[in-house]
Design a protein around this ligand. Structure first.
Ligand SMILES: [Zn+2]
Length: 260
């Protein structure tokens, strides 16, 4: 049998150009990949390049809009021979889906409970979801529990939602299980910083077709996160699915015509 795990995709990594508070540049990331079989990544902007996460009263400004535009555009500019960059568009309250390009591979949607809220009940939000649905872009959704439930059950019908960290920061793996969200075909997950116990529990209950390997670089280290998954004793089929095949299947559904 050919070695189908040869090409590994990291489905969750942050790279930035503005926020230098953490070593999270494209070069930093590639340094961390040395010696690993990771040959592609879904890249998101660092949160602090998108909104001020330390100010719950944060009000958007033209300066921040410019910052977001620059940060998102930077990911589109990355290129590396032998490495597949999959830029995800980090969306915020201007819901600027007019900035989506055919090269975009997904949406990053992120907020913690002490951070400024998304304005879900605006026409702009609904219009953005319509465009995301039309392009069949997966949404990596990190939000507090009640918003996660509402997003999936009410707002994101027909949109693939990836809950990162197996739910660790969306209310927890068990709470999401009790709510029945993992059962839904539209709900996927990633392994970034998730415990071995949660990964094994997920695979036992929900199968291996909607789980993606991710590192959450710079918060997680790609080699260590990969070793964590490889140590679980999974079957070759499950390993291949989680480390790359599922990501490739997810990306095959994205519409890249660029028209609106
Ligand atoms: Zn992350």
């Amino acid at each position: 049998m050919p070695n189908r795990t040869a090409i590994v995709i990291d489905a969750h990594a942050h790279c930035g150009i503005i926020d230098r508070g953490t070593a999270q540049s494209w070069d930093d990331y590639r340094t961390h990949l040395a010696g690993t079989p990771i040959r592609g990544a879904a890249l998101f902007s660092p949160v602090q390049e998108i909104y001020d996460r330390y100010d719950p009263e944060f009000v958007d400004t033209p300066d921040w809009q410019r910052r977001r535009r620059e940060s998102n555009a930077y990911l589109l500019s990355l290129d590396s021979p032998g490495f597949a960059v999959h830029p995800y568009f980090f969306i915020w309250n201007d819901f600027a889906v007019d900035q989506l390009q055919p090269a975009h591979c997904g949406i990053k949607w992120h907020r913690h409970s002490d951070e400024p809220p998304y304005h879900y009940d605006t026409p702009a939000c609904r219009a953005a979801l319509t465009e995301i649905r039309r392009r069949r872009l997966p949404v990596v959704l990190e939000e507090e529990f009640s918003h996660t439930v509402r997003f999936i059950r009410e707002l994101a019908e027909g949109i693939t939602v990836i809950i990162p960290h197996l739910g660790m920061l969306n209310g927890g793996f068990g709470r999401i299980a009790n709510e029945g969200l993992w059962d839904l075909e539209q709900v996927w997950a990633d392994t970034a910083l998730a415990s071995a116990g949660d990964i094994l529990a997920y695979l036992r209950r929900y199968g291996h077709e909607r789980l993606l390997f991710g590192s959450d670089f710079p918060f997680g280290h790609p080699a260590a996160e990969l070793a964590k998954v490889q140590r679980l004793g999974l079957t070759p089929e499950t390993t291949a699915a989680v480390l790359g095949d599922n990501f490739r299947r997810l990306q095959a559904q994205v519409i890249r015509d660029g028209s609106r």
